[in-house]
Design a protein around this ligand. Structure first.
Ligand code: ADP
Ligand code: MG
Length: 679
């Protein structure tokens, strides 16, 4: 039932709840407490412990508005034993001054802190109550609210919803059997209205059987909606593209290396997908340098050999350009026509490329976002490959997919390894291939953490590296707030280093440069003409210059773990021993220190991803995917991993045998999300 159908709910109440994405009785029932407060007991002031949130009772002995050091309402409360506690308010209303009059009996609930004179509570919740007034019988739930929506009004709304008979089970009992879970109804009931003897810590950490039961339900809903979506995509038709007979063999013969086992395995998976009559939706994961590009190229060849066009999209011009060059090197000997398409091309060049794509003359189109613009139409698009897929939004990927009819096969690639629990949950609608092995002969990158106070030593290090014939990157600090400032910083650092290294050739590349300029700089770096390349994080993805063996990253503490891992992956691509120096500014925060430690101790992208997930939660990983997939509210992938396993194991069976129950379950848990999942 929609909340608007409930007579006792006012319009403003409904509007406020809507701001919290609560529209329906089910949403309201699942609007579970953020935490609880314990008003079931009154704690004697002498028993107070620092950091605890508790309720005290007593008489106001003193109250005054003070103006130094700042305006505050300060009161002293004495309990029956005569022990005193300070109550302090930095913002207050006249009504509060009134409530805190000397002689009043009061109950105050708040966190015990250190004050100037012993313990105090800052902004406690106070209510007038006689000495013998009853205490609450239950823990008091605290809900997330929004401006204009008070705790009591949320509580009241939930109470109404509880009476609406909307707590039936949705799924068959066997789903819950091995877990001895409480029923849905009991779980909801006891989370909104916990028993007085409930374990507050377990409740707040969401470890009680009731929380676990609901986490499981939520994970089930996620699995079901993802798998449902997966099944739906399988029912769409696509062209079956037979395995290559000649071109793949030919390329493999011409390559200066042999594929790793892992590359062979994922290539076989992709090749098999292409032969299917439904569109491939495969995510190819492989750490930086694992060799995803050649795998993409082999897939492209299979499509091209059967007369299909292929689109390869990359997030930056530098990367698109590099792919173009590489593919041209590999494919030109086979007389395959490749076009290059980016936003910064001049109109004439772009239109010529578009024409050749439309006529079918171009067999492979490589480019940036420019590839899915309206002006681009393919004659016969059979396969869309998206590199660094997390850089693109759902809509952008969708737009590229719509360039083919029937729908093209889709291969997405990412160098940000997705931790296992994430690929089991948020990515359960995709097929995943993993390249879990690096090509032979790579020497691991040595990582050093160096305070920026030792800049001189670092400069010396760079000089030595360049003088010995190797090349280096200098990565400028990330300034997310302002592109102008980012550019300014990069330019300053560049000028500074240029002065410092007057004997070396120093180059600069940043995101705001014209594409031709960028290309010129990158080419000079590849060719060895530039020895030290000062760069913003534009070089984070994909750039491949094997002779570069030293990287300095300024203000490494500002960057995300995956980003650092990507950056570091730009060196160690040749056989020379490589070093990555992470410069940090002193006084690291706890979090920054923890992050740098992870990157220092690990070279394996999966381990780093897992640590990143633990530190920051799934939001960062999902990036643009977030917009398409409802986020979990109750379940936690790490804490509830066992439940995720179980949910995964029952989902397909449920979809097959209990489709109606599944729909009911999704109605309850994913009312806004069911149709949203479109990736
Ligand atoms: P990424 O997975 O990060 O995109 P690339 O595809 O750019 O990695 O490959 C990194 C480098 O390794 C490239 O220079 C590529 O030619 C090389 N490479 C790829 N596969 C192999 C292999 N099996 N043996 C040796 N070198 C390889
Ligand atoms: Mg790559």
């Amino acid at each position: 039932m929609q909340l608007s159908e409930i007579k006792s709910f006012s319009k403003p109440l409904i509007a406020n709840l809507a701001k919290l994405a609560v529209h329906h009785v089910q949403d309201l029932l699942l609007h579970l407490p953020l935490r609880y407060i314990d008003e079931t007991r009154i704690v004697p002031i002498r028993d107070l412990r620092l950091g605890e949130s508790v309720q005290v009772q007593g008489e106001i002995m003193y109250a005054e508005v003070t103006y130094k050091p700042r305006k505050a309402l300060v009161a002293q409360l004495a309990d029956e034993a005569g022990q005193q506690l300070t109550l302090r308010f930095l913002h207050f209303y006249p009504s509060q001054i009134n409530a805190l009059k000397v002689g009043n009996q009061l109950r105050a609930y708040g966190e015990v802190r250190h004050g100037y004179f012993g313990y105090e509570m800052v902004h406690p919740q106070c209510k007038a109550a006689g000495k013998d007034a009853a205490v609450s019988e239950q823990l008091t739930p605290v809900y997330s609210t929004t401006a204009g929506l008070t705790q009591p009004s949320v509580r009241k709304a939930i109470k109404t919803a509880m009476q609406m008979d909307a707590l039936t089970e949705t799924l068959p009992p066997f789903v819950y059997e091995t877990q001895r879970f409480p029923s849905f109804s009991d779980s909801i009931q006891s989370l909104h209205y916990p028993q007085p003897d409930a374990d507050l810590t377990a409740l707040e950490n969401r470890l009680t059987p009731e929380w676990r039961r609901l986490a499981y339900d939520e994970l089930l809903a996620q699995q079901l909606s993802m798998r449902k979506h997966y099944a739906k995509r399988r029912s769409i038709s696509a062209s079956e593209i037979a395995p290559s007979q000649t071109l793949v063999k030919q390329l493999l013969q011409d390559l200066p290396f042999v594929l790793t086992q892992a590359q062979q395995k994922v290539s076989a998976e992709i090749s098999q997908d292409l032969t299917q009559a439904h569109p491939m939706q495969r995510l190819l994961q492989g750490d930086v340098g694992s060799g995803k590009t050649i795998v993409a190229c082999l897939a492209a060849l299979q499509a091209i050999e059967q007369g299909w066009q292929v689109a390869l999209m990359a997030p930056t011009e530098i990367l698109a350009e590099q792919h173009y060059k590489k593919f041209e090197m590999w494919l030109a000997p086979m007389n395959i026509h490749i076009a290059w398409l980016t936003g910064s091309q001049n109109k004439k060049t772009r239109e010529a490329a578009q024409q050749d794509i439309a006529s079918g003359k171009v067999q492979l189109a490589v480019g940036t976002h420019a590839l899915f613009q309206d002006a681009v139409s393919f004659k016969k698009l059979g396969l869309a490959i998206i590199d660094e897929q997390h850089r693109f939004g759902v809509q952008q990927r969708l737009a590229l997919r719509q360039k083919g009819a029937p729908e093209p096969h889709q291969l997405m690639m990412t160098a940000t390894p997705i931790p296992r629990t994430l690929s089991m949950s948020y990515y359960a609608d995709l097929d995943v291939s993993v390249i879990d092995e690096l090509p032979p002969g790579r020497s691991p990158v040595v990582t050093k953490l160096v305070s920026d106070q030792r800049r001189e030593e670092i400069l010396q290090r760079v000089r030595e590296a360049c003088q010995s014939g190797s090349q280096a990157y200098w990565v400028c600090p990330l300034i997310e707030e302002s592109e102008v400032l980012q550019l300014q910083t990069a330019t300053e650092i560049f000028e500074n280093l240029q002065q410092n290294f007057s004997d070396l050739s120093v180059g600069l590349v940043h995101g705001r440069m014209k594409s031709a300029e960028k290309q010129a700089v990158m080419q000079a770096f590849v060719a060895g003409g530039i020895q030290l390349l000062v760069a913003t994080t534009v070089i984070e993805v994909g750039v491949d210059v094997p002779n570069a063996s030293l990287m300095v990253i300024e203000h490494a503490e500002r960057m995300g773990l995956s980003q650092l891992h990507q950056l570091r992956g730009r060196v160690g691509r040749g056989t020379a021993k490589s070093t990555c120096i992470l410069m940090y500014q002193n006084k690291l925060t706890e979090m920054a220190r923890a992050r740098l430690k992870v990157i220092y101790e690990n070279t394996d992208g999966f381990a780093i991803s897992q640590a990143d997930l633990n530190l920051r939660g799934p939001g960062e990983f999902l990036g643009t995917r977030q917009s398409g997939v409802p986020m979990l509210k109750i379940a936690d992938l790490t804490r509830d991993e066992d439940l995720l396993q179980r949910a995964k194991s029952v989902a397909d069976g449920l979809l097959k045998d209990y489709p109606e129950a599944v729909d009911q379950h999704l109605q309850r848990w994913m009312r806004q999300g069911v149709d949203l999942v479109k990736v």
